[in-house]
Design a protein around this ligand. Structure first.
Ligand SMILES: [Zn+2]
Length: 167
């Protein structure tokens, strides 16, 4: 799913007002990979090439020197890794700061939304890395119906939140 949709979903589904923290955790699984990859490319003095098609993009990622990006993506899209990372943070906010840190849940939510919206041809989500290579061949988020349906759903939920829940 694109990062705009991830950001919006984090803000509309999690309790409390919209916040930067929700957006940061909502895009973290992708941002961690692509920021690292862009930094590495910059150090190598190479620009990441522009891709005309998704297939062209996947071929680039499939090159030997770029496979680590796909691997890193598996780790940042693992529910197991995020659970291990977030439990201590969650406990800290809960017990020492007396707050429920809803924003932390934006990251696992990102993964749950990516699982059915990626397919085997384009970054399938190995959400149980490193325990299992289980992945789902879903409907890719860039397919027009999925893309439009996703934003329609976001608008419906925003409407519901503002006018029905009034918070
Ligand atoms: Zn993602």
């Amino acid at each position: 799913m694109d990062i705009v949709a991830h950001s919006l979903w984090s803000m509309v589904l999690l309790p409390g007002p919209p916040s930067v923290a929700k957006v940061i955790f909502g895009i973290a699984p992708d941002a961690a990979v692509f920021a690292t990859s862009l930094t590495v490319q910059a150090f190598k003095g190479k620009m990441q090439p522009g891709f005309k098609t998704r297939q062209e993009m996947m071929e680039w990622y499939d090159r030997k020197e770029n496979r680590w990006i796909v691997n890193l993506y598996k780790w940042t899209h693992s529910l197991i890794i995020w659970t291990l990372l977030l439990i201590p943070l969650f406990a800290y906010y809960l017990f020492f700061r007396d707050q429920v840190p809803w924003f932390l849940l934006a990251a696992p939510m990102h993964i749950l939304m990516d699982i059915p919206t990626h397919d085997n041809n384009s970054f399938p989500v190995q959400f149980l890395t490193p325990v299992s290579t289980l992945r789902i061949n879903g409907l890719h988020w860039s397919k027009p119906l999925v893309f439009i349906g996703n934003y329609v759903l976001i608008i419906i939920v925003i409407y519901f939140r503002i006018f029905v829940l009034r918070k």
